[in-house]
Design a protein around this ligand. Sequence first.
Ligand code: HEM
Length: 122
Amino acid sequence: MTSLYDRLGGDFLAAIITEFYDRAFKDPLIAHLFWGFDQKHLTEMQIQFASSMLGGPGPYRGKSLGQAHRQLKINQAHFGRRQVLMAEVLDEFQVDPDIKKQWLEREDRLKPLIVKGTPCNQ
Ligand code: HEM
């Protein structure tokens, strides 16, 4: 069966993620969480991760998502903002609505690995 990755194409996926990080690193609501991190490295890791998540050739060679985000104080609002930025980029690249929906759903399922804290900071 054709994977979501095959439907998108690897170069297209890389362009989407690159644009996404350009925005995330400048976004007033979440850019501070990226201070001191290497945008190029994160972009490369995220391209690997998203390729694997969408059924493309692997493997993802980065840190586990739990480990990568453990030291960061990411709350529900930060996560939600990230998903808004990602949705905007997917729309601007005119990604097929079915692929967009599945992409965001697969990422939403990762939230427990990334968002931490008690209800009072979410
Ligand atoms: C579905 C949601 C997310 C996914 C799939 C994801 C994926 C990743 C990946 C693949 C890495 C690279 C790990 C490595 O270097 O080996 C990473 C690191 C990182 N992510 Fe995320 N992430 C998500 C949400 C977020 C959010 C909401 C934020 C902040 C607003 C964030 C901030 C960071 C930062 C700062 C790092 C660098 C950590 C380090 O190198 O120690 N991520 N993420």
